[in-house]
Design a protein around this ligand. Structure first.
Ligand SMILES: [Zn+2]
Length: 474
């Protein structure tokens, strides 16, 4: 009873903001104040402007000049780590290496991979000794893909993130004062909000919860989007895809916004196609991870995601000893060039992808990350064969009678396919699907179809298209 009473004013305030202020006008001046004054002053307006100007120019540099910039930044970071971070000081001594031994990107291979387990087991030793702890900020991953992981950074790192986000907004022809909606679940879980929306006028943002919901609430979501009239939406693509499916079924065509920036999950072609069609929006895919060691954004040409080379060194690696050429798929490891508080050097992201050998037609020198195939636990392994989620998603695109599906592998014997049917689904679809899958994956794979009402999301609202519960060897 007491708790309910205590939460009531907060809920009332949110209702008040949403109901009375139907067009949300108060958001504009407050968010202008916040984004134009409060955040820049806190970070340093001059520094931001200077770095933004730098990023405007460096994106057009040729690849060789970007690599020169990267290796110079890397050497500074490694020198700092060698002198101030016990983990790296010990490691470099063990391998008999010094910061001067690194003169090109290829030299990074001299260092071992840093795994999530290494970070958890060596947490204190990874913290820099020469930075005052009062400047530290702490963040943690949600643990949706395993154990949660904490890490430190500082204001300077925040300011870099702000500048890179600003460049991405420029690519979308967007600005920070536009109405925007974020589809995610983190604030709802952390703040224990029971409503499906959370309006934060200070941030100029309306959040919509992607926590599992009932089907009836989809109508409510669409009404909120329609009333809020966002210029752009960001967040879980699988959730927006569900809304798009609902609109298609109910012949709703009056919910529109200009662009969608996909976050947190892989964006599959079948999702992209329907979202673009139903909301009449332009989609900008984005690759990031909670540890903030990877960063790649799509430009308006949509030919792949530009790796943010001034911020990270992203490498694609194969099995030990195997050197990979451009275009070849492998594990993504990444080095964050600007986190001096807790350096992550050659961090294993758990994702699989490739760097394109082609440059983007926009003319930017930032390389393209292509064929991002999701996390390595989203790759099925049958005998000696690897089946990537992107391959499966292309097949699913051909099956318009399947609303959603999920591939689950528990052992080496069979692959279970959970399917949510559309009303015209028939036996023939099952037959065609199995045949198509076997054409691609080989005859000897055993598929088992399992019809379900819906595909369960994780607590954070994350949808997994492919789930491998088999242990993979590295
Ligand atoms: Zn481009």
């Amino acid at each position: 009873m007491f708790m309910a009473k205590e939460n009531k004013p907060k809920i009332l305030l949110r209702k008040l903001l949403l109901d009375i202020d139907k067009a949300f006008p108060s958001m504009i001046p407050v968010s202008l104040l916040w984004t134009s004054y409060i955040i820049p002053v806190q970070i340093g307006t001059f520094k931001i402007m200077k770095f933004n100007n730098f990023l405007d120019k460096s994106q057009w540099w040729p690849r060789s000049k970007l690599e020169e910039y990267q290796i110079n930044k890397f050497k500074l970071l490694l020198k700092h780590a060698y002198n101030n971070v016990p983990y790296y000081a010990e490691m470099l001594r063990k391998y008999n290496l010094r910061p001067e031994d690194f003169n090109c990107i290829g030299d990074l291979k001299k260092l071992p991979i840093l795994t999530k387990e290494d970070v958890i087991n060596n947490f204190d030793k990874l913290i820099s000794r020469n930075i005052n702890k009062k400047h530290f900020k702490i963040s943690a991953t949600s643990g949706s893909t395993g154990k949660p992981l904490q890490f430190y950074y500082d204001k300077r790192f925040d300011f870099m993130e702000y500048a890179f986000k600003q460049r991405f907004l420029n690519w979308q022809k967007a600005n920070r004062h536009e109405r925007r909606i974020k589809l995610w679940s983190r604030p709802f879980i952390e703040k224990e909000v029971k409503d499906i929306y959370l309006y934060e006028p200070l941030l100029g943002r309306l959040s919509l919860s992607t926590v599992p919901h009932n089907r009836e609430s989809l109508d409510e979501y669409l009404k909120i989007i329609q009333r809020f009239k966002p210029a752009r939406i960001s967040g879980n693509p699988s959730f927006l895809y569900l809304l798009a499916c609902y609109m298609q079924e109910k012949n709703i065509d009056n919910v529109k916004f200009r662009c969608f920036s996909s976050l947190f999950e892989n964006l599959y072609p079948y999702q992209r196609n329907l979202i673009e069609k139903q909301f009449n929006c332009e989609i900008f895919n984005r690759y990031a991870c909670e540890e903030r060691v990877v960063s790649a954004f799509e430009c308006s040409r949509h030919e792949g995601m530009h790796i943010q080379s001034e911020k990270i060194i992203l490498e694609i690696i194969g099995e030990p000893g195997e050197s990979l050429v451009l275009g070849k798929e492998g594990r993504i490891v990444s080095t964050s060039l600007h986190n001096y508080v807790m350096p992550f050097i050659r961090y294993e992201t758990g994702d699989v992808g490739s760097i394109s050998e082609k440059a983007c037609s926009c003319g930017r020198g930032l390389p393209l990350l292509s064929h991002l195939n999701g996390r390595s636990n989203e790759v099925l392994r049958y005998k000696d064969k690897y089946i990537y989620s992107a391959t499966l998603s292309f097949i699913m695109w051909e099956f318009s009678n399947i609303k959603e599906c999920q591939f689950v592998q528990k052992d080496g014997e069979k692959i279970i396919i959970n399917i949510v049917k559309r009303k015209d689904y028939s036996e023939n679809d099952t037959f065609r699907l199995i045949k198509r899958l076997k054409d691609i994956t080989g005859d000897n794979i055993n598929f088992e179809i399992n019809f379900v009402e819906n595909i369960l999301r994780s607590q954070m609202g994350k949808f997994s298209f492919v789930v491998s519960e088999m242990k993979t060897s590295k």
